[in-house]
Design a protein around this ligand. Sequence first.
Ligand code: S3P
Length: 433
Amino acid sequence: MRTLIVSPGPLCGRTPVPADKSMTHRALLFGAIAEGVSRLRNPLNGGDCLASWAAVQMLGVEVEEPVSGVWLVHGRGLDGLQEPSAVIDCNNSGTTVRLLAGLLAGQSFHTVLTGSEQLRKRPMGRVVTPLRQMGADIAGREEGRLLPLSVRGSQLNSIDYEMPVASAQVKSCLLLAGLYTDGLTVLHEPGPARDHSERMLKAMGAPITQLGSTMTVERPQGPLHPLDITIPGDFSSAAFLLAAAACIPGSQVTVQRLGVNPTRRGFLDVLIRMGADVTMDQWDESGGEPIGDLHMQPTTLQATTVAGNEVVTLIDELPLLAVVATQAQGVTEVRDAAELRLKETDRIATTVAELRKLGAHIEERDDGFEVEGPTVLQGAHVDSHGDHRLAMALAIAGLMAEGATAISHTDCIADSFPGFERTLAKLGARLDE
Ligand code: S3P
């Protein structure tokens, strides 16, 4: 168990951040069913994505790293995957298991999926229910609501499905299953969940259409083309550095070559609404996604409300928003975010409990929280609960607090941001382990 000790201070400098986690998962899983070799430059070498790497290898797909930072995925085509000889362990990765469930439901073999103790508590009914409507043969604990899941590949039929939650994992799962049906699958999403799957699969030649919140997918006429992409920096990782720079006097941070897909950068839009001093330049495109350099420096921030459709565009950044809200003037409210309770931890409960230890004025709501600021946080001993995003949000709170903040259980940071501590230190943070 690692403990990170953070002393207060600003962040200054220019840095890239590790590659986008969501895109790396997708490139591995989609590359596995392309015809030929996909080339992934700058993939994320983090715990969650390594679970996807191991999973595709168990399905008979060779993945290699001939030079550091380049992964080659030897795709076997839509119908070339092989039955794994053992249970696939998705570790902590919800994206791996939910996307795999969709990919495997229409195969001609049997797979068993499981995960860590943490993942085995997370809801799988959201993918199992629609997959069963497509004719999938899936069994699991508590009638398929929890892992392990047994997925017996079968012929799938297309469905017209109204997704009850705005979830990119559910959407991507059903898009993958839709590639294996005979008819046209129609999906309606209640909010703008991240659209990396649509972009990447379309670039590979998959017949996916999109009109507003409705998508269609069907079986491709020919093979899927392999990918040749450079994966941009992960906005969700950069958010920690940007939040520190927005709040801590004396900071000045530039994050380079960052993915700024509109379905991912809700946190930036919220910071701008709060008055943040941010500029973006070096616009470009990478892997079919917009990228840019973001420069942030501190200003006085005003409280805001995040609710409704906006929530999904910053779902992973909401614990961090709670930290920022402790420094803003007024009461910041987060509503319609009950999904937060179903992440790596119940992120409403864990965020509220840990920020209170630092002296934050934060109240729990069923579907979010309220934070009153500004508050001078006081360093204390806090716990990540094994949740990578909470661990990093608490480290940023530690940079803002008076005195030292000790965060226990920080090994999980490597699930999404390997080298987080090194990056902070490079930007001038004083850390001890
Ligand atoms: C992800 C989607 C989101 C997000 C998760 C990664 C993805 O989850 O919270 O960190 O890669 O598709 P949901 O789709 O469950 O909202």
